[in-house]
Design a protein around this ligand. Structure first.
Ligand code: FMN
Length: 171
């Protein structure tokens, strides 16, 4: 398998922790890169790309304080998607934010789909309890939802199952 670039943000919390746990599943093939340090050119170096994003609520997306992903979005628009495989994981909280569960994963996914990207690692909605999510596209989660607040006991198995599927699809 060619190298896997794992681009994640924000740093220092559950998203980074889960990014590290996902990267471990790929051994030496995975390189971890915070989106705060990345440009489109960095993403373009990889044939297999995993994006990790946390959902911090609608208000945060338009607030004056810009998060790592707010700053990275213009770069995402410039990423070359041809001949590459993409996958996304999203941190969220299915109880407190049941109406916006992992929405940010949907925002990232929609940009990639709009650019004609091949997205792998979609997940069935029946594995999760939530009310609404912008990450559900065509009846499936566009990537892997992870809830480290209320379902952390499920994360290891979710990561394992998901990365096994990615290994079968990555180039
Ligand atoms: C202010 C705030 C707003 C949030 N809004 C959402 C949300 O809309 N949807 C969701 O699924 N999770 C939401 N969450 C939960 C976070 O996504 C969750 O805590 C995640 O693990 C944070 O990742 P981090 O530790 O890398 O920052 C919110 C958390 C905070 C603190």
């Amino acid at each position: 398998m060619k190298k896997v670039g794992v681009f994640y943000g924000p740093k220092g919390g559950s998203t980074e922790d889960v990014a590290k746990r996902i990267a471990l599943q790929f051994g030496d093939s995975a390189i971890l890169i915070p989106v705060s340090d990345a440009t489109a050119a960095d993403v373009n170096k990889y044939d297999n790309v995993i994006f990790g994003v946390a959902t911090l609520g609608r208000e945060t997306w338009t607030a004056d304080v810009k998060g790592d992903w707010d700053l990275f979005f213009p770069e995402l628009e410039k990423v070359n998607t041809e001949g590459k495989m993409f996958a996304i994981f999203g941190l969220g909280d299915h109880l407190t934010y049941s109406n916006n569960f992992v929405d940010s994963m949907g925002h990232v996914g929609k940009v990639l789909l709009g650019k004609g990207a091949t997205l792998v690692g979609k997940c069935p909605t029946c594995d999760y309890t939530y009310n609404e999510s912008e990450a559900v596209i065509d009846g499936q989660f566009i990537g892997l939802p992870v809830d480290e607040i209320f379902e952390s006991e499920k994360t290891d198995e979710r990561i394992k199952d998901w990365t096994v599927r990615l290994k079968n699809r990555f180039i």
